[in-house]
Design a protein around this ligand. Structure first.
Ligand SMILES: C[S@@+](CC[C@H](N)C(=O)[O-])C[C@H]1O[C@@H](n2cnc3c(N)ncnc32)[C@H](O)[C@@H]1O
Length: 160
């Protein structure tokens, strides 16, 4: 049913929740130069713990999660990284997207049963987690293009 794909719906049950120091959006560092060093915990449902076997060998993880406190979406909008020029939602990391899915790379500090202690969370406390996968970057730094983000950084440097 490949042709029907855009009409299909997918129901997912979170595999767990994020425990983070951020209760409100305003507390999460954002904008140019923002660094994500905050520690938090990915608390998986206990019955899913066997799925974490061998995860300790990975330094970093992809976390896929839901922007459960975002409302609606905007296809073109200004974002904190570039207040001057609007950008398309799929060329940005805006929380207000047609499918409110977040993606964060975190550093795995340690595991305690079904809990993963991590560094680098930018999610609010209680954020539902959809999936966790090992981070394996295959893109050479010289092959990476950073689009409008690099241009916004250059403009900011020139101004300062
Ligand atoms: C710019 S988004 C980037 C998130 C993720 N790294 C990504 O690229 O998909 C980060 C912002 O999402 C917001 N946020 C975090 N958790 C959220 C949640 N559960 N619901 C709605 N907004 C959230 C915070 O304001 C945070 O500053």
């Amino acid at each position: 049913m490949v042709g029907d794909a855009p009409e299909r719906r997918f129901e997912m049950r979170p595999i767990g929740v994020v425990r983070s120091p951020y209760a409100e959006r305003a507390q999460v560092p954002k904008g140019p130069g923002a660094e994500h060093k905050a520690e938090g915990t990915l608390e998986l449902r206990p019955e899913l713990e066997p799925g974490l076997q061998d995860i300790e060998g990975f330094s970093h993880l992809f976390v896929l999660w839901v922007f459960d406190r975002a409302e609606g979406f905007e296809l073109v909008a200004r974002v904190p990284l570039d207040e001057e020029t609007p950008h398309g939602v799929f060329a940005s990391r805006s929380p207000r997207r047609p499918n409110p899915i977040g993606l964060t790379v975190v550093e795995l500090l340690r595991r305690e049963g079904p809990r993963l202690h991590v560094r680098g969370v930018d999610m609010l406390d209680g954020t539902p987690i959809l999936d966790v996968k090992p981070y394996l970057s295959g893109v050479a730094p010289e092959a990476l293009r950073r689009g409008w983000v690099a241009e916004a950084e250059e403009r900011r440097k020139a101004k300062s």
